[in-house]
Design a protein around this ligand. Sequence first.
Ligand code: GMT
Length: 387
Amino acid sequence: MKIGIVCYPTFGGSGVVATELGKALAQKGHQIHFIAYSQPFRLNYFSENLFYHEVSVSDYPLFEYQPYESALASKLVDVVKYENLDLLHVHYAIPHASAALMAKQILAKQGYNIPFITTLHGTDITLVGKDASFEPVIKYSMEMSDAVTAVSESLRRDTYEIFKLDKEIEVIPNFINIEEYNVVFENHKCQKNHYAPNGEKIMIHVSNFRAVKRVGDVLRVFDKVRKEIPTKLILVGDGPERGNIEKLCRELDTCNDIHSLGKIIDPKEILSIGDLFVLTSETESFGLSALEAMAMKMPVISTNTGGLPEVNEHGITGFLSNVGDIDDMAKNALKLFSNPELLNQFKKQAYEKAVSFDIQNILPLYEILYNKVLRKQTAISIDTIKN
Ligand code: GMT
């Protein structure tokens, strides 16, 4: 198949999922065309089946806000027509679904049929999408999509509840390529000694440091834990809350025990030295960062919000607590840190659960969906010719 994938190229789970999906499909022989405003950050190699088309928006002085959606729709028309694409798969509804719909309608007028699939990732529904300034456009674009998928059962439920959508939503969970996680890093011992020179336990948090992640809670949990058991915290990522977090670490006097590393393209190596992953989000449709940590054999202390319970099994791969319940999260972390045998058992169980999200299990679900959508499209075209 020739597939166009639209995604956010910057740091963020939806871009990671879209890119890893495209890479895996290309390896299976499909031709994949990424369409984005810059090269997706995990698109770190090219093969004969991978292509990248950049969307550029002209910077006319009249534009206080650049019309990215129009530029994207125009680029889609171009790529579909000249690269002869079979379908478009857009990740994150805003504004990708409406741009795809616009492209589809333009192309239909020119005699091209291009179905498009929208994959919902989370905040496109739970935060931004439900905002009145986007809601009618998102709802209509979902309704007009040839198929809609959500990355968790929880997101599927939220979408029905928020948008009262009369449309089938298929759940296709996020994935990891487990083979890539079965690595032993040469630098492992050195890194561990560097971050925890006296054999302290290591907690890790990875996110885009948005308010929804409640990174302040990570610090507060850590502060409680380190007062009982020597522990270091590694923060990976950057975003609007980073300044506040650094301020809070000074207030709590925890800075000497925290390493704030900023953005890391592929966090596997740093995850390999961690003992426990912490994710304190207010809402989280899936929690790809937690799954990536589990694949590196880290149990997870997380909130019980959104799709997190579908990834992090309470009492097996880690523990779940109510949003903001810092005491409970610290208590759970200490339970694991004070019992090495239990910690090792949880590390093993976290890895085993991650294996169930291996790409080998998930990729066929997307391929089946693509084929289903294409068959439907062909049937519609034949009907149109007959009539
Ligand atoms: O808004 C965000 O947090 C970013 C968004 C994204 O584009 O990466 O994250 C969402 O999609 C990820 C990939 O499907 C999920 O793993 C995250 O849980 C989800 N974030 C939220 O729901 C907050």
